[in-house]
Design a protein around this ligand. Structure first.
Ligand code: NAP
Length: 172
């Protein structure tokens, strides 16, 4: 029997990245209606009757207001490459300003965002631990992107993680 979704209509940023692609595909499988916001729609090859692919600028709040109209929740799998302690990025901070402002204008208050490290492309294993805080003690160095994506979607259908910064990791 299909699970009743608390937040059926999703806007997904970073949908073209490896974690984002997994989240889009898994969300569609679960029955969500998905708006995937990407920079290059012509390169985005996932097709589904419940998926719309939208070209969007994550720094332009006004343009995001329309994209979010009528949606229930927003997820971000945005990620910056080539960053280090010497090469900072403002992708996360600046996109979050635009995204949260557009959400506010649409009275949307459900947001799940990943800012992670230590990911691999293995299939989901489902054996991860989630705790409130910044790291899981004694966790392995890597976790499949698929598990991270699965948790992001699972967190939409519970209030257990509301307003929390959580860490997710696989036990060694
Ligand atoms: N520190 C680490 O060791 C480490 C390792 C892996 C992942 N991560 C983090 O884990 C998360 C998920 O990573 P991932 O590997 O699945 O994805 P990723 O490859 O880091 O994600 C890239 C996504 O963000 C989008 N993006 C990047 N810059 C953008 C911009 N200026 N405007 C709009 N979209 C932009 C990309 O769009 P395009 O397709 O258009 O480029 C793509 O959809 C990210 O937060 C990532 O930083 C960290």
């Amino acid at each position: 029997m299909a699970v009743e979704l608390l937040f059926p209509r999703l806007v997904i940023f970073g949908a073209s990245g490896p974690t984002g692609r997994h989240v889009v595909q898994q969300a569609l499988k679960m029955g969500h209606v998905v708006s995937a916001v990407v920079r290059s729609p012509e390169k985005f090859d996932i097709k589904h009757e419940k998926l719309e692919v939208i070209k969007g600028d994550v720094f332009n709040s006004e343009s995001l207001v329309t994209i979010m109209e009528g949606k229930d929740a927003v997820l971000s799998c945005l990620g910056a490459h080539g960053t280090s302690v010497f090469r900072h990025t403002t992708l996360y901070s600046e996109s979050m300003k635009a995204i949260s402002s557009a959400m506010e204008k649409n009275n949307l208050n459900r947001f799940v965002c990943v800012t992670s490290w230590g990911l691999d492309n293995d299939p989901a294993k489902g054996d991860y631990t989630v705790i409130e805080g910044q790291f899981v003690p004694d966790a392995a160095w890597y976790i499949p992107r698929a598990d991270v994506g699965d948790f992001m979607l699972a967190s939409l259908n519970t209030h257990d993680w509301d307003r929390k910064c959580v860490a997710i990791g696989r036990k060694n």
